[in-house]
Design a protein around this ligand. Structure first.
Ligand SMILES: Cc1cc2nc3c(=O)[nH]c(=O)nc-3n(C[C@H](O)[C@H](O)[C@H](O)COP(=O)(O)OP(=O)(O)OC[C@H]3O[C@@H](n4cnc5c(N)ncnc54)[C@H](O)[C@@H]3O)c2cc1C
Length: 339
């Protein structure tokens, strides 16, 4: 009997957990172990609004970008239709994208392609929220609530025989005893790999209890109200190159002001938490094989910016493809070199 392939997935955020689950499914003979400095509350993934609203997400090629989004959409839609939906924190939410500028400022071609009910909002709809909105689009999209989703993925991973080791890794060469390493360390990859193209994009949000809010609203000035399973996320900020994870009172005031202007009833919402996360922004996302000088192969999958939750299942598909290629002896990166 040949020895089973030993794969180490580094990182237990939404990207690492999806990658690990996908590898278990596609390579049932492999032993998959997750090694992570932190899980759950200490990840960026836990605080994401989790809405499927593509923006400036770029995979190594345009074809791959569409493939990842389409595969992720199909995965989440199937999960939503299954009896696992509640445990996995999946919901379907309708709502509006709004702008005071021309429609192109907020039009979303990916949502148009994916959502069957995507359409321009009419005048009466634009008046639902105060603020003189000139253009907008309506659609029904998906929200993946990571306060449930990460726990569900972790449980599925363990039930399928996976092991999780809590450990901070200083250097990829320090990981011993594995044939392949899959690097899903989010913003941690900057220190680990020295990749200066990976930049934090600081995001601050409120998590509030507002059970009467059943629709999402997003504007082109980075204001958003996104209901999850039992909390609503109010945001936000997008600050490039800022590493502070402390709550900033000026950001708090600005977010609260923008969201309550958009939906005045939110003034009565109960604040559960204020939270800051560093989106791992890289253009394009790094999806690439690398051979270490120790001979061990690494598959990098990090840099998903503000779109890691929505693109995690499709990204996991790419990880599985690259790992399978390595096992066949193909160490090339054709998609990366075609940039
Ligand atoms: C305010 C905000 C709102 C967001 N809203 C959305 C949204 O609506 N939709 C969406 O799709 N995305 C959203 N995002 C983006 C999303 O949260 C990220 O893209 C996603 O969480 C990235 O996941 P990750 O697994 O790469 O990183 P993380 O969740 O940060 O996980 C990284 C993992 O790697 C581990 N790690 C790091 N370094 C090391 C090391 N040296 N050794 C060992 N382990 C290590 C960490 O402990 C952790 O387990 C939002 C982000 C923010 C901040």
């Amino acid at each position: 009997m040949p020895e089973p392939v030993r794969i180490c997935v580094l990182g237990a955020g939404v990207i690492g957990l999806h990658a690990a689950r996908r590898l278990q499914a596609d390579l049932p003979a492999a032993q998959v172990t997750i090694v992570a400095a932190g899980q759950g509350e200490s990840t960026t993934s836990i605080g994401a609004a989790g809405i499927f609203r593509p923006g400036v997400f770029r995979a190594p090629t345009p074809r791959l970008t569409d493939e990842i989004m389409d595969e992720s959409w199909r995965y989440y839609k199937a999960l939503l239709a299954s009896e696992q939906a509640a445990a996995a924190g999946l919901c379907e939410v309708s709502g509006y994208l709004l702008t005071r500028r021309g429609p192109e400022a907020i039009h979303n071609p990916h949502l148009e392609r994916l959502c069957p009910d995507y359409r321009a909002a009419n005048g009466r709809e634009l008046a639902i929220c105060p603020g003189g909105w000139k253009n907008g689009f309506f659609c029904t999209t998906l929200v993946t609530d990571d306060t449930y989703h990460l726990g569900w993925l972790t449980q599925c991973f363990k039930e399928a025989g996976g092991t999780i080791v809590e450990r901070e890794v200083e250097n990829l060469r320090d990981i011993k005893g594995f044939d392949i390493i899959v690097n899903c360390t989010g913003i941690g990859a900057r220190k680990l790999t020295g990749d200066s193209r990976l930049v934090p994009l600081r995001g601050q949000v409120f998590k509030v209890k507002a059970p009467w809010i059943k629709m999402f609203f997003m504007t082109d000035d980075d204001t958003y109200v996104v209901p999850g399973v039992d909390r609503v996320t109010l945001g936000g900020t997008r600050q490039f190159g800022v590493y502070s994870t402390a709550v900033d009172e000026h950001d708090s005031a600005s977010i609260w002001d923008r969201c309550t202007r958009l939906i005045p009833s939110l003034k009565r919402a109960e604040v559960i938490q204020e939270w800051v996360g560093l989106r791992p922004h890289r253009d394009p996302v790094r999806m690439e094989k690398e051979r270490l000088d120790t001979g061990v192969m690494v598959v990098h999958c990090y840099g998903h910016g503000g779109y890691g939750v929505m693109t995690a299942p499709g990204s996991a598909g790419q990880v599985s493809r690259m790992v399978t290629e390595i096992l066949r002896g193909d160490f090339s990166n054709p998609l990366v070199s075609s940039l």
